[in-house]
Write a protein that binds this ligand. Structure first.
Ligand code: AMP
Ligand code: MG
Length: 394
C-alpha cells in the first residue's frame, strides 16, 4: 500500500504523466479551450508602424513647451505624407501612424487649439504616448508557445497574426465507469435503497472542462465479472476514471480487478479528506484513477489530482491548481494529519469565506450550494475568525 500526502500525490501525477496525444488542426473559431501544439510567430513587426496611443498632436518633443503650427491631420487607417519639422505639429488620432519627424504625441487634453496653431504648456519626452514599430514583437519572434491553453486573449493574438487555422492537441478520450450495486441511472426511479448516478454526470462536466472527451460507460456492478468487463472496456480509452469500489469494504473490487490486468499502482491512498482511498496507476499502457465514490470525494479528487493527468496528456505544459486566500468568517478546528477540502461560500469579491453546513462527502445538496472549498494544512488544528485561509474555487 502506497500512502502519499496531497502534495506528493499531485507531484506524482505531474511527474508520471507526459504528453501522449497527437495533434489536429482546428479553425480559429473552434480553438478556444484547446491546447496549442505549435509555436506561433509574429508575421510582421508589432506594431507594424509607430502607433499613436492617444488622440492629440504628433510633435517634436524638443519644441515643447510652446506654440506649434498644425500642418495637417492623420487618422487611424491613414498615413501622413509629409514630415513634421521644427515648430510644427500634426493632429493625430489613436491608432494612427506617427508621422516622420515627430517623436512624441501630446494628449489632446493638454493642448489648446486656435485655428492652425496649437498651444502646449507642458514639456514632453521623446517616445511619449506612442508605441514604436516592433516594440511589442519583431517579425518572426515567437509570440505563443506550444502547451498553453487557448483563451480569448490567445485567440486575439492568433487573429492579430493572421492564423486562421491552428494546430492543437487532440482531446483524450476519458472513460467514466461508475461502480456499485446501488447505482441506477438518473432517468430511472430508484427503489428506496438505491442511489441515482451523479458521479458520471459531474465527472463528465469536469473532464470536458479539463480538455478531455468523456465517454460514460455502463455502471459496473460489485462483482468481479461486471467490474472486469467494464475495466477492460474502459482501458480502450486514453484514460480510465472509476468511481467507487476503492474503499476497504468486502465488495470494493476495483483494485483487485485492476491488479488482474497487471496494473502498476503509483499510490492507493492519499492523506486528504474527502477522498482518502484515491488510487492512481497504469494498466495495459493506460493510466487510471480509482476515485472514491462519495460525490464530494469524486469531485475533489478529480479536481485536485486527476484533472492534472488529463491536462498533461493533452499537452498543457503547466497544469495549475490556483488557490485564493480569503478571510475566514467563522472559526473551526480539525484533527491533524489530513489536507481537508471543506465546502464553503466565498464572497462575490473573494475577500471573505464562510464554512458551509455539510453532512459529509456524500452530501450533494451541500456541494451544490457551496461555491468553493476551504483547503487546510494537515498539521494545523485551529482556525480563528479573520484568519487567512486557502480557498479552492469550484
Ligand atoms: P464507495 O466508494 O463505492 O464505497 O461509495 C461510497 C458512497 O458513495 C456510497 O454511499 C455510494 O452509494 C456513493 N456512490 C458511489 N458511486 C456513486 C455514484 N456514481 N453516484 C452517486 N453516489 C455514489
Ligand atoms: Mg461501492
Amino acid at each position: 500500500m502506497v500512502v502519499l500526502t496531497f502534495d506528493e500525490a499531485r507531484a506524482c501525477v505531474l511527474r508520471e504523466v507526459g504528453v501522449s496525444m497527437g495533434t489536429e488542426t482546428v479553425v480559429l473559431a473552434e480553438a478556444a479551450g484547446r491546447v496549442l501544439a505549435e509555436e506561433i510567430a509574429a508575421d510582421r513587426d508589432y506594431p507594424p508602424f509607430p502607433r499613436s496611443a492617444r488622440d492629440g498632436f504628433a510633435v517634436r518633443a524638443a519644441d515643447l513647451p510652446g506654440e506649434l503650427r498644425v500642418i495637417g491631420e492623420v487618422r487611424a487607417g491613414e498615413v501622413f505624407s509629409g514630415r513634421v519639422e521644427a515648430g510644427e505639429a500634426v493632429e493625430i488620432m489613436t491608432g494612427a501612424p506617427v508621422p516622420d519627424g515627430a517623436d512624441a504625441v501630446v494628449m489632446v487634453e493638454h493642448t489648446e487649439r486656435t485655428g492652425d496653431r496649437v498651444r502646449i504648456d507642458r514639456s514632453s519626452q521623446s517616445g511619449d504616448n506612442f508605441n514604436p514599430r516592433g516594440i511589442e514583437a519583431r517579425a518572426r519572434d515567437g509570440v505563443l508557445s506550444a502547451g498553453v491553453r487557448i483563451g480569448h486573449s490567445e485567440v486575439a493574438l492568433l487573429a492579430t497574426v493572421g492564423h486562421m487555422q491552428v494546430l492543437v492537441y487532440r482531446r483524450p478520450r476519458v472513460a467514466i465507469v461508475s461502480t456499485g450495486d446501488e447505482i441506477v441511472e438518473p432517468g430511472e426511479q430508484p427503489a428506496a435503497h438505491q442511489i441515482r448516478n451523479s458521479n458520471a454526470a459531474s465527472l463528465a462536466v469536469q473532464v470536458c472542462r479539463a480538455g478531455g472527451r468523456p465517454e460514460i460507460l455502463p455502471v459496473a456492478r460489485d462483482t468481479y465479472e461486471s467490474t472486469r468487463t467494464l475495466v477492460k472496456q474502459g482501458l480502450d480509452s486514453d484514460l480510465l476514471l472509476l468511481s467507487g469500489g476503492v474503499s476497504a469494504g468486502k465488495y470494493d473490487l476495483v483494485e483487485k480487478v485492476l491488479a488482474e490486468f497487471g496494473a502498476e499502482f503509483y499510490f492507493d491512498r492519499v492523506m486528504i479528506q474527502p477522498g482518502q482511498p484515491l488510487v492512481f496507476g497504469k494498466a495495459c499502457g493506460k493510466y487510471f484513477f480509482g476515485l472514491p465514490g462519495n460525490p464530494g470525494s469524486t469531485m475533489i479528487t478529480f479536481e485536485t489530482i486527476a484533472r492534472a493527468a488529463i491536462e498533461k496528456m493533452a499537452g498543457l505544459r503547466v497544469p495549475a491548481l490556483p488557490l485564493l486566500r480569503a478571510r475566514l468568517t467563522r472559526p473551526f478546528h480539525q484533527k491533524p494529519g489530513l489536507t481537508r477540502f471543506l465546502p464553503a461560500v466565498l464572497s462575490a469579491d473573494g475577500a471573505t469565506v464562510e464554512p458551509a453546513k455539510s453532512h459529509g462527502s456524500g452530501d450533494v445538496t451541500a456541494l451544490a450550494r457551496c461555491n468553493a472549498f476551504l483547503v487546510t494544512e494537515p498539521e494545523r488544528t485551529e482556525w480563528r475568525l479573520g484568519d487567512d485561509i486557502r480557498v479552492l474555487t469550484k
